[in-house]
Each structure stands twice: as structure tokens, then as C-alpha cells.
Design a protein around this ligand. Structure first.
Ligand code: ZN
Length: 239
């Protein structure tokens, strides 16, 4: 029985290990998704700034185009000045030129403002691109780490499942059956250690006589309170 209990104890530990790996495995896709999302947000932020700059460049080009047209207009009016006959007509053309020139200088001012804004945004963008570059690099590192952990877990999972397979065959089938039933009813724990004369499954005291029996690991002893199979991990000094 001592050997059987030892194997059962190992089986229980494997099952607990597998359970926590399973929980991790369930968590991985969510963590991966979080990293993807973080990456997407950072990239999107940069994209938005680029779009804003592009739209300002477009405004600038439009204004420059308009300005060029107005300047053409001035040239045309100036050309007409040689053909006028009266002073009145001449004055009218001059005042037309003046008003177009005034409008043009306002337009030039606006173009300069837009250019300033673009310069400012470009400066911000290049700083942000550097920052985001660092963030993206970190995300990539986190992703790699996660992938490594996943691969590692997968390996352990495979090894432990194989070991479990072997163990299950070495343990008497009725003991495995009892263990499985208990495990199902008692949150995944069918075999449990005893410490300080207390069942580590339900934390209720084990009667002294029973405790002595448990320490021998020779017979199957079950906790009178939670029914789990009790196991003594050794070292009589740490009761
Ligand atoms: Zn108990």
C-alpha cells in the first residue's frame, strides 16, 4: 500500500500541475489579444497624426494654388492698364490691383501659419514615432516571452500527461477510481497531505490515533471530515 499511496500522491501532484497549466493555457490567447490591441492602438495613433499632417499639406497646396491664380489676375489687370483711356478707368484698375494684393498678402500669412503648424506636428510626430518604436519593441519582446512560455507549457503538458498515463496503469484500478471520484467532488483534490495533525484539504484536525496511522503510509486512511485520502509526506519532525 505504501508504494500505491506514493504513486497516487505523485498522480495528484501531476493533476494539480496540469490543472494550473490548463488555466494558463486558457489565459494565453487573451494575453496575446491584449498585446495585439496595444500594438494596434499605438500604430493607429501615429497614423492619425500622419493623416492630420497630410490634410494640412493639402490645405497648403490649395491655398498656394489659389494664390498663384490671384497673382495671374494681377498680371492680367496690369496688362490692361496700358490700354485704358481715362484716368477714371486707370484708378479703378489700380484699386482692383490693391484689393487683390491685400487679399493675397492675407493668403500668404495663412499659408505661413499652416506651414508652421505642419512643422510643429512633424516635430511631435518624429518624437512620438521614436516613443512608439520603443513601445512596439517592448510589445514584441512580451509576445516572444509569451510564446516561449506557451511552448514550454506545452512541453510540460505533454510530458506530464504521458507520466500520468503510466502512473494510472501502475495504480490499482479501484484506487484510481476512488481518487477520480474524490477529485471530482472535492475541487480537483482527492489525495491530500497532513500537516500539524490537520488535513490540508479541509483544515480539520485528524484524530491522534488516525494521525499515527497516516504517518505510516501503510493503509488507506481517509479524512473523517472531507473524505479525502490522507497522505504523509514524510519528515516526522514537522508534524
Ligand atoms: Zn479533510
Amino acid at each position: 500500500m505504501r508504494e500505491q499511496l506514493g504513486l497516487l500522491w505523485e498522480l495528484q501532484n501531476i493533476d494539480l500541475g496540469l490543472k494550473s497549466i490548463k488555466e494558463e493555457k486558457d489565459r494565453y490567447p487573451k494575453e496575446m489579444k491584449k498585446l495585439d490591441e496595444k500594438q494596434r492602438v499605438e500604430k493607429e495613433r501615429i497614423q492619425k497624426e500622419k493623416e492630420k499632417i497630410e490634410s494640412l499639406e493639402k490645405t497648403r497646396r490649395q491655398k498656394e494654388g489659389q494664390l498663384a491664380l490671384e497673382q495671374e489676375k494681377i498680371k492680367r489687370v496690369e496688362g490692361k492698364m496700358f490700354e485704358v483711356k481715362t484716368n477714371k478707368e486707370y484708378q479703378a484698375l489700380l484699386s482692383e490691383i490693391d484689393s487683390v494684393k491685400e487679399a493675397n498678402s492675407r493668403m500668404e500669412e495663412e499659408i505661413l501659419q499652416v506651414m508652421d503648424e505642419i512643422d510643429e506636428l512633424k516635430k511631435d510626430l518624429s518624437k512620438r514615432e521614436k516613443d512608439v518604436g520603443v513601445i512596439l519593441e517592448k510589445i514584441e519582446i512580451d509576445r516572444k516571452k509569451l510564446q516561449e512560455k506557451m511552448a514550454c507549457d506545452e512541453k510540460i503538458w505533454k510530458e506530464q500527461t504521458e507520466r500520468r498515463e503510466v502512473l494510472s496503469k501502475q495504480i490499482e484500478s479501484k484506487l484510481v477510481k476512488l481518487y477520480n471520484t474524490l477529485k471530482e467532488k472535492r475541487q480537483g483534490v482527492g489525495v491530500v497531505g497532513v500537516k500539524h495533525e490537520t488535513c490540508q484539504g479541509c483544515f480539520v484536525n485528524v484524530p491522534p490515533q488516525m494521525f499515527i496511522e497516516v504517518q505510516k503510509n501503510n493503509v488507506l486512511v481517509r479524512c473523517p471530515h472531507c473524505n479525502r485520502i490522507l497522505y504523509w509526506e514524510g519528515d516526522r519532525n514537522t508534524k
